[in-house]
Ligand binder design. Structure first.
Ligand code: ADP
Ligand code: MG
Length: 575
């Protein structure tokens, strides 16, 4: 998965990442040169002979000569300042570039995942938990961004450590080999901690997922929970989950800081040993010794940083896996591409079901709909009845093309409901389910959502058709009144009638009401029935309903039970 992740990142950020790496190389070099510059400086202030690095001092003197500068303290210091400044400028540019890479990468991942979700079939959503999707889209992708940042830092660290090593080699080969052996040895010794880091990453992901589920479900059921006095229990669940998250984050911090602690202690021991070797046995000149100590003090933290970065990356890798998995699942259920300019389809003959069977779980024999044969002629009104669980909503979703039959075909004017035609057909359907969704916005915005270019007179026309114009003109803000979360500031009847108005705004060929009036009082239902009367004969109407007041208006009644049509009262009155 780690390799998969690095490959994906470089596919996205190939050029930028290469530039960033190149800049890191320059940074490493300027830093190295800046350090080496200190040798002649130390020599100048009389801190001893440069010994083994004589060639180096000559080189720097040569550069100074080439630049036309005298070999003295002032010019060496000036050159030092220039090089360090160049380093800082490049460093800043690289940080910005890295930020672009990290955020660009997360943005591309987020957008491509969102595109995959938007294009996926409805059934794929039915199988997913909303909270999982939110979790992946927010936290998981953020953690992948964090891993990316760590990866870039890791590569930078590796480059810089290498530069230090080269500089150290120039100064003293045996001492460098000594510190390298120490660093690498420690890297291997600490390896098991990396695996632990990945495991805590997985645990953390699970806990955060549970938190998202709890939040989504608790908020959704807040009213009922309050009425059951279950607020405390929800709070307790939430407390346990969030405690778990803290534990996992702290566990990871323990692993991560332990790594650094071991390195630091190890480095102190090594440095003591090193000093002993250098001073007592090898007799390195003082200026070099100082520098080597300085390098050592940088190379080893470099190794520990490399390890820490690696752990942070492996800790975040489960999130990358989750993003990829979700994207793959949604992409596998892709619907044809939706074009915005698509023309609606005008229904002329009717909708037909021939031998249609459908099941939600393809691995089981539980059919939600079985061998359904049905013809719904255009411009008639059909009522679908039946007990709960009979398959009525499944039938509605098949008409919408949200579900596709496992056997048999659904045809619209003789055309199979598939491919590009799906979108053309949906463009011509006005659908109102039982639990309508309104946005927390104004009535106008909620209506315009269906048809952005509609004028106010069109809005009032459909409000009148849905018998809700009286209500809208009676509220002080009229069309600009806000409806609350999911339309919660309206009564059920008002909400459903506004939803009906929204469905009618697109002048649909088919009006499909799935228990749209089931939870309404008789007065509100009567309003909607009046609206249906006004529309009867002008467009095709399919109503899933229980109450006789609605059903009596239908030209035909279809009764479903256990997924089969048990009774189809024919079109008595064809209008
Ligand atoms: N998302 C789903 N996953 C699995 N089974 C489902 C799903 N939705 C509905 N079902 C099952 O399909 C059958 C028909 O459901 P549905 O069409 O919603 O019934 P109705 O609308 O008539 O009450 C029921 O047995 C129900 O349990
Ligand atoms: Mg239903």
């Amino acid at each position: 998965m780690l390799i998969r992740y690095i490959k994906t990142l470089f596919e996205y950020a190939g050029i930028r990442a290469s530039i960033s790496l190149f800049l890191m190389l320059i940074m490493g070099l300027t830093q190295g040169v800046g350090l080496v510059m200190l040798v002649p400086f130390l020599e100048l202030i009389g801190l001893g002979e440069t010994g083994g690095a004589e060639g180096l001092a000559t080189h720097i003197n040569g550069v100074l000569g080439w630049l036309g500068l005298p070999v003295n303290m002032t010019s060496i210091l000036c050159l030092y300042v220039v090089i360090v400044s160049a380093h800082s400028i490049v460093a800043r540019y690289r940080e910005v570039l890295n930020s672009k890479i990290v955020n660009g990468f997360t943005q591309v991942m987020r957008q491509s995942l969102y595109r995959a979700l938007s294009r996926a079939e409805w059934l794929c959503f039915l199988r997913s938990k909303t909270s999982d999707i939110t979790h992946v889209l927010t936290i998981d992708i953020q953690r992948v961004g964090f891993a990316t940042q760590q990866l870039l830092q890791l590569i930078g660290k590796i480059i810089i450590v290498n530069v230090y090593i080269v500089v150290a080699l120039v100064l003293s080969v045996p001492m460098t080999v000594f510190s390298l052996a120490f660093g690498i040895g420690f890297l291997l010794l600490m390896h098991p901690l990396n695996r632990k880091a990945q495991r805590t990453g997985e645990d953390l992901r699970d806990s955060v997922g549970n938190m998202y589920t709890a939040i989504t479900e608790h908020l959704g059921g807040m009213k009922i929970a309050k009425s059951y006095n279950l607020g405390n229990r929800h709070q307790e669940t939430f407390r346990i989950i969030t405690n778990g998250i803290t534990d996992q984050v702290v566990n990871f911090a323990k692993i991560n800081t332990a790594t650094r602690m071991y390195y630091e202690i190890g480095a102190a021991v090594a440095l003591a040993a090193f000093f002993f070797v250098a001073v007592v046995l090898v007799h390195i000149p003082a200026a070099n010794l100082l520098l080597i100590v300085f390098l050592f003090a940088r190379i080893l933290p470099g190794f520990s940083m490399i390890q820490q970065c690696m752990q942070r990356i492996t800790n975040a890798i489960p999130s990358f896996g989750a993003v990829l998995e979700m994207k793959k699942r949604f992409e596998a259920a892709k619907e044809p591409l939706l074009e915005d300019s698509i023309r609606p389809f005008k229904l002329n003959k009717g909708i037909s079901f021939s031998n249609v069977s459908f099941r939600y779980d393809k691995t089981r024999q539980a059919w939600a709909l079985r061998d359904v044969d049905l013809m719904i002629p255009a411009r008639t009104m059909t009522a679908i009845m039946g007990p709960s669980g009979a398959g009525k909503s499944t039938m509605a979703d098949l008409i919408l093309g949200l579900l596709s039959p496992d056997q048999g075909t659904v045809k619209i004017d003789g055309k199979p409901l598939s491919g590009d035609f799906l979108h053309r057909w949906r463009q011509s359907v006005g659908y109102v389910p039982q639990d309508t969704f309104l946005f927390h916005d104004t009535i106008r915005a909620n209506l315009l959502w269906a048809l952005p270019n509609a004028e106010d007179k069109d809005l009032w026309r459909v409000l009148r058709l849905s018998a809700v114009d009286g209500f809208v003109s009676s509220v002080p803000q009229g069309l600009d009144a806000v409806v609350g979360d999911r339309g919660g500031w309206l009564s059920g009847g008002e909400r459903q009638r506004i939803a009906l108005a929204r469905a009618l705004l697109r002048e649909p060929s088919l009006l499909l009401l799935d228990e749209a009036t089931s939870s309404l009082d008789t007065e509100s239902e009567e309003y909607i029935n009046e609206a249906i009367d006004r529309l009867h004969g002008k467009l095709t109407i399919v109503v899933i309903a229980h109450r006789s007041a609605t059903i009596q208006r239908a030209d035909r009644i279809v009764v479903l039970d256990k997924g089969r049509i048990v009774e189809g009262v024919g079109y008595a009155v064809m209008r």
